[in-house]
Ligand binder design. Structure first.
Ligand code: ZN
Length: 310
């Protein structure tokens, strides 16, 4: 049976699958099996399928799957799926009880501190004893289930996944992303590099995307060079993301990123890259020759994502 959200026993809150993915790769969720039903009267075991797989290695989408038997008092699943009843994967009678709002996603520009140390829940209930956190968070889930709250993410990965879904559904204009209290539609947030006019770009950071290739730079730095171009005053520029070794080394997914960049480099391959940034021009003078670069600058790999190795 598919479930939209689950209670993470590592993170001590109800999360959707994309949030769980973000938390697993940042080390806060330790196992794909460490979830249970979000209902306060039910502790049915839940697994997040594909949580431990890199995006390009997933054969199926990221989703929660309930293996345990739900309590007869459980309000998350329909009566049909409760105790002693066979469970059906695609049961349309299972209500989509959505605690986490699917209309607006929040991109946090700074990672939250360890969640389990938070002593105040979203409903304002104060929790002092960690043993009470589960009970209180589930109560809060129950209370807020109809009022909904916006899902919060620390990386652009979940946003890219949702963008691809909304693009297929044709609903980019009706879904939004909130950054520092400023709300922008998915349609306006995602900008394909190809054929853009520099002067027409937003003055705020956006998620730029397009096909790119990798070039080894000095030391252990990498350049992600877009194949597509942006026009500026009659000239065409291939934007580049310069990934400093220091930016790579401070990220929790450094091994994953190094392997990925090296793989694309050795295959002389391409991938579709996404980068949340504000483009800017840089000049470099060498032997009296000045070269102008169009850069997508990032200070964390949280703002970089790739899909579809080509
Ligand atoms: Zn349940």
């Amino acid at each position: 049976m598919k479930i939209e959200e689950a209670y993470s026993t590592d993170y001590n809150d109800v999360v959707d699958a994309e949030k769980a993915y973000d938390l697993f790769w940042s080390g806060e969720i330790r196992d794909k099996r460490n979830f249970e039903c979000p209902d306060q009267n039910c502790d049915a075991r839940i697994t997040c399928a594909n949580l431990d797989k890199a995006r390009d290695k997933m054969k199926n989408i990221l989703h929660f799957k309930s293996y345990g038997v739900h309590s007869s008092e459980c309000n998350v699943v329909s009566d049909k799926s409760k105790v002693n009843r066979p469970q059906d994967d695609a049961d349309p009678s299972v209500p989509r009880n959505s605690y986490v709002d699917s209309e607006t996603d929040v991109l946090l520009l700074r990672r939250l501190k360890q969640h389990s140390s938070i002593v105040s829940t979203h409903s304002g209930i104060s929790v002092v004893d960690p043993k009470d956190i589960k009970k209180k968070m589930k109560q809060s889930y129950f209370m807020l289930r109809n009022s909904k709250r916006d899902p919060e993410y620390s990386t652009i990965k979940p946003l890219v996944s949702k963008f691809e879904d909304y693009l297929l559904e044709g609903t980019l204009s009706t879904h939004h992303i909130k950054i520092s209290d400023y709300k922008v539609s998915y349609k306006d947030m995602f900008v394909e590099v190809n054929g853009q006019e520099f002067n027409a770009l937003s003055e705020y950071p956006r998620i730029y995307y397009g096909e790119a290739t990798i070039i080894k730079a000095r030391n252990n730095d990498y350049r992600i060079r877009f194949i597509d171009q942006i026009n500026h005053e009659g000239k065409c520029f291939n934007p580049e993301v310069y990934v400093h070794e220091s930016v790579l080394n401070k990220h929790y997914m450094r091994r994953y990123w190094k392997n990925l960049l090296n793989e694309i480099l050795s295959l002389k391959g391409r991938a579709r890259f996404f980068v949340y940034c504000k483009p800017n021009f840089n000049e470099n003078t060498k032997n009296n020759i000045t070269t102008t670069y169009l850069n997508f600058r990032i200070n964390s790999l949280d703002y970089l994502e790739f899909r579809h190795l080509l």
